[in-house]
Structures are given as C-alpha cells and as structure tokens.
Design a protein around this ligand. Sequence first.
Ligand code: CDP
Ligand code: CDP
Length: 224
Amino acid sequence: MQLAVDGPASAGKSTVAKIIAKKLSYVYIDTGAMYRACTVIARNHQLDYGDEAGILQAIDEDGIELKSEHGEQKVYVAGKDVSKEIRTPEISANVSQVSALPKVREKMVSLQRQMASKTNVIMDGRDIGTTVLPNAEVKIFLVASARSRAERRLLDFKERGIESKQTVDEIEQDIAARDYKDSHRKISPLKKADDAIEIDTTNMSIEQVVDAILAEIKKTQKIF
Ligand code: CDP
Ligand code: CDP
C-alpha cells in the first residue's frame, strides 16, 4: 500500500503523515528532508547551490540516511545527525534551488521508489502523486492559505523552544517564494495529481485532517 501526500510548504503534510503512519503501522518517508540533506551537503562542501555535478559527487561521498529512532525520523549526512540543521532558515532558503537540479531529483526519486518498494509507506513531498509513486492507492493534496501556514510555522518554532529571528511576515514571504519556485520548476513541479484528493486545511485541526485522510483510505476498502 502506498499513500502519497503532497502540497506546499507547511500545509501540515509531515504532521498528519506521521500520525497516520503510526496508526496504520506504515513507514513514513519525508522526501523534503532528503532534499534538505542535499542542501546541507552542498553547503558543507562550500559548493554553489546550482553546481549539479559537484553536489551529486558530494552526495555520493557523504551519503544520506533516514533512520527511525524512538519513533522519530532522523536524518544523517556523512554519519552525522543533521535533523535540526536541515530546518534552519539558511537551508530552507536554498533547498528549492538544489531540488530543481534534474540529476539530484533523479537520484532522490530512485532512492524514494526503492524505499517504497519494500513496505507499506506514507510518503510526503511535492511530486509523490505525480512522479515518485504515480500508482499510489491514495493521493492527498493538502493546501492552506500562506498566512495560516506562516502562523503555524512560527507557533511550531515556539512550541519546540526555537527562537525565530523571522517575523510572521518574513516567514510568509519565504514560504510564498519557495512555493513559487517549487511550482514553476521544469522537472516534477509542485502540482496536484489528477487523481489526488485536495483538502484545504486552513480552518481544520490536525485531528480533522487526519480523520479526513483516514476516511479516504477507508474508501479504497483495501484496509480496515
Ligand atoms: O517542510 P516544508 O514544507 O517547509 O518543506 P519540505 O517538505 O521539507 O521540503 C523542502 C523543499 O524540498 C521544498 O520546498 C522543495 O523545494 C523540495 N522538495 C521537492 O522538490 N520535492 C519533494 N518531493 C519534497 C521536497
Ligand atoms: O510538512 P509540512 O511542511 O507540510 O507541514 P508541517 O511541518 O507538518 O506543519 C507545519 C505546522 O502546522 C506544524 O506545527 C503543525 O502542527 C501545524 N498544523 C496545524 O496547525 N494544523 C493543521 N491542520 C496541520 C498542521
């Protein structure tokens, strides 16, 4: 069983995907974390974020691993836990440039398909329903207004005890800029798959979104 969850930045993809993975005992795969790890690698090697050949070689040298530790997903680069580092504003600001590099995408998509071939998965990202898992049994496309997504992200920082140097307006601008780049790139842009179910979560709680997705899964009558 393959469940695909796509949508713009901070629409709630990873939060709901993690909850559903736990409920159904599926493996959760955060593909955004993989592109963020590629960006950390480019930065660590002091490469230009557009240097496709250099970044590819550095990814091969360092290696990216996703590990589940105590129910939490951790990201390792060159054997080092970079789970916090991948979320910094610097990485967020540059990840869209790295993720638009065709050969970087090719490599990540191949890894993602490999992971999804082994077990039941719920995978979140931008191109899961359109490109990575076009035959996924259930495809969800989550959206929410840019303002509410920026407010959620700021609250998320506060709750995790991270002091945000950015105001809500600045976060909103960054999110909008990233959405624009992700939607307008040539390869696998952020786009709702024709057979995906769109859910606008602007005025929905996390529980309501989870229930709406579980109801869609139930409709396939493949589980429960
Ligand atoms: O958590 P947030 O929504 O901010 O982003 P993310 O899911 O961590 O993804 C970070 C970036 O990786 C996105 O802005 C895209 O540029 C890229 N990405 C992608 O191109 N394809 C995916 N399947 C997932 C992420
Ligand atoms: O993975 P993605 O970037 O799409 O978003 P996320 O990191 O799962 O969600 C961003 C923030 O929005 C988190 O702090 C969630 O708790 C919050 N959220 C929310 O307040 N209401 C929802 N319906 C979904 C997410």
